[in-house]
Design a protein around this ligand. Structure first.
Ligand SMILES: [Mg+2]
Length: 575
């Protein structure tokens, strides 16, 4: 006998009995209550836990609509099935729209059991989704070590504060604080103690601030402070003095006294910037200025905002680099776990710089974005990757090609045209191509991102969310996007076997992805153990050094021949 807690909204005792009889006959051990007034329903909902509600359509003192509204009002998600005499199709539809899950005729209870079972199952799925959503939300918003808001949350808080301050013509100040020589603490005392120190620093800084000022940990040893009402700009000096006084006494970590100094960069709205993004950037520039000058703090000045000579040099060279064919693509294979088949490649760009040697994208993508070179770069990568992909298909090596898009190119109005052109020029089928965008790029401008992704999806190319879990993407927003794949960020995979929290996140992302019908890819697989574990979690695909690092087309050929996995759709079995 399966237990079932059924709440019955019904004025006829006979009808309630019939319903119960039907449930018992199907093998349910029913705990029930019958109510027929709003007051009684509310009392049952708030005092007891129920699995399902069956409601008559209209009663002398009550109706299914009122009952639905009340359930909604109490804020619980519970299957709600209307069991009634004929009410007409119109009213049935209206009831479903109001949130009823199903509608069953009293004269024909045959559908009662299947409907009940289905709705109980669906409710369970909804509950799991909510739990996964909450995990991802917490992960996305709170810094683990200090319990303070993290970078993503901090950015949102800055945005909100900027808008408020504009309305009231107030000044706000943004402080970025970097702990000097924190790396030495980590290296000599270990990461655990480094974390303890960060936690204590966070606590002390919190002690200086009063609501609504905000402190967040926004990076390794970087804290952000938002002062949301600054009376006069000069006040900032007093506040910084206070912060420094609080940090001055040594911290005791396992009996070892550690003194902490910090470099603080300050930007003020409206003096230095009018929008949140610029404000952060200005504070960042000021912080680096403070660090370079070995002064304790610096307030932003426009003259600090210059590119370093090295950066300026690279910018000039990148255009030439693209034209002179100095860019290369390396490819990293993606393995499908269920079949043990390599099913795709991710293209990763490198710059063979004549003087500096092989440069990785982190050295030049930012430069490209700042100098309008991101378009030529993206175009080059797309063409090269698709050409190679087609060439492989011709040889019977059927591997999809993943190409990364930078945040800037996702928001570039020319992107969709560029992708269409590249497909046409190379005669590649759209389904060969999967474009990867990061969560943070989507969050930057969700409305525009959604439009662009829709347009790309119409071209027939696959879409993937890269570095999933590191930014904040809500379940609701992914559901709306035409996404085919999510790639779990490697940071969760690396410690998954030793860190329960990471393991739980990975598990919930996989479940969440599968509930949404997405392919889930894990990156950063470095051992067979991790691969086996992910296989057990039914993760679809994996990528990482354990399978193969990113390599050149020449190296790939050799690798194909030696790999213990079959490659693409080829029939030959290599194991
Ligand atoms: Mg990627």
């Amino acid at each position: 006998m399966r237990p079932l807690r059924a709440l019955i909204v019904e004025d006829s005792e006979d009808d309630a009995m019939l319903l119960l009889h039907e449930l018992q006959r199907a093998g349910y051990k029913v705990t029930h209550a019958v109510v027929d007034t709003p007051y009684a329903l509310r009392a049952e909902l708030t005092n007891n836990t129920w699995d399902i509600i069956y409601s008559d359509f209209s009663m002398p003192q009550f109706s299914a609509f009122d009952a639905l509204a009340l359930v909604h009002n109490v804020g619980i998600d519970i299957p709600f099935i209307i069991v009634s005499g004929t009410i007409g199709e119109d009213r049935a539809v209206t009831a479903m729209k109001a949130g009823a899950h199903d509608y069953i005729l009293k004269g024909n209870l045959k559908r009662l059991i299947p409907a009940t079972e289905r709705e109980l199952r669906e409710a369970l799925v909804r509950k799991d989704n909510r739990r996964a959503d909450a995990t991802i939300h917490r992960l996305a918003y709170v810094d683990d070590v200090t319990g303070l808001p993290n970078r993503a949350r901090f950015q949102e808080l800055i945005e909100a504060a900027v808008q408020e301050a504009k309305k009231e013509s107030r000044c706000i100040a943004l402080l970025l604080m970097d702990i000097d020589r924190f790396k030495e603490v980590n290296d000599t005392l270990g990461h655990d103690r480094g974390d303890v120190l960060l936690k204590q620093v966070g606590l002390r800084l919190s002690g200086v601030l009063t609501s609504p000022d905000i402190i967040a940990r926004i990076g390794g040893d970087e804290f952000g402070i938002l002062l949301s009402s600054l009376g006069a700009v000069d006040e900032i000096h007093a506040i910084i003095k206070k912060l420094q006084d609080f940090l001055a006494p040594s911290f005791m970590i396992d009996g070892v006294p550690i003194s902490v100094e910090a470099s603080i960069g300050i930007a003020i709205m409206p003096n230095h910037a009018e929008d949140p993004h610029m404000l952060l950037q200005m504070a960042d520039i000021a912080m680096y200025r403070a660090k370079r000058m070995a002064s304790n703090y610096a307030i932003y000045e426009p003259k600090y905002n210059r590119y370093s000579p090295a950066q300026l040099g690279l910018m000039a060279e990148l255009r030439e680099g693209i034209n002179k064919n100095q860019l290369r693509l390396h490819y990293q294979p993606k393995l499908e776990l269920a079949t043990g088949r390599v099913v795709g490649l991710e293209a990763l760009v490198r710059w063979e710089h004549p003087r500096l040697g092989l440069l990785y994208p982190d050295k030049f993508i930012l430069t490209a974005e700042q100098t309008g070179l991101v378009n030529p770069l993206t175009r080059w990568v797309l063409l090269e990757a698709l050409r190679y992909c087609c060439q492989q298909y011709e040889q019977g090596i059927e591997l999809k090609m993943n190409v990364n898009l930078s945040a800037r190119s996702l928001h570039d109005p020319q992107l969709v045209g560029m992708v269409a052109d590249a497909l046409e020029t190379t005669a590649a089928k759209p389904e060969y191509l999967v474009l990867e965008v990061t969560e943070s790029a989507i969050v930057l401008d969700p409305v525009r991102a959604e439009e662009t992704l829709m347009a790309l999806s119409k071209l027939g190319v696959g879409l993937s969310i890269d570095d999933f879990g590191t930014g904040y993407t809500s379940l609701a927003s992914i559901k709306r996007l035409p996404i085919n794949e999510i790639k779990i960020d490697r940071s969760f995979i690396l410690n998954m076997l030793t860190d329960n929290k990471d393991a739980m996140i990975v598990r919930s992302v996989i479940e969440l992805g599968h509930n949404l019908g997405l392919t889930v890819v894990a990156e950063g697989i470095e051992t067979q153990e991790v691969l086996d574990y992910l296989n057990g979690l039914a993760c679809n695909e994996v990528q990482g050094y354990h399978i193969c690092k990113p390599i050149t087309p020449d190296q790939l050929r050799t690798w194909y021949a030696a790999a213990p996995w079959s490659i693409g759709n080829t029939e030959e079995d290599k194991s």
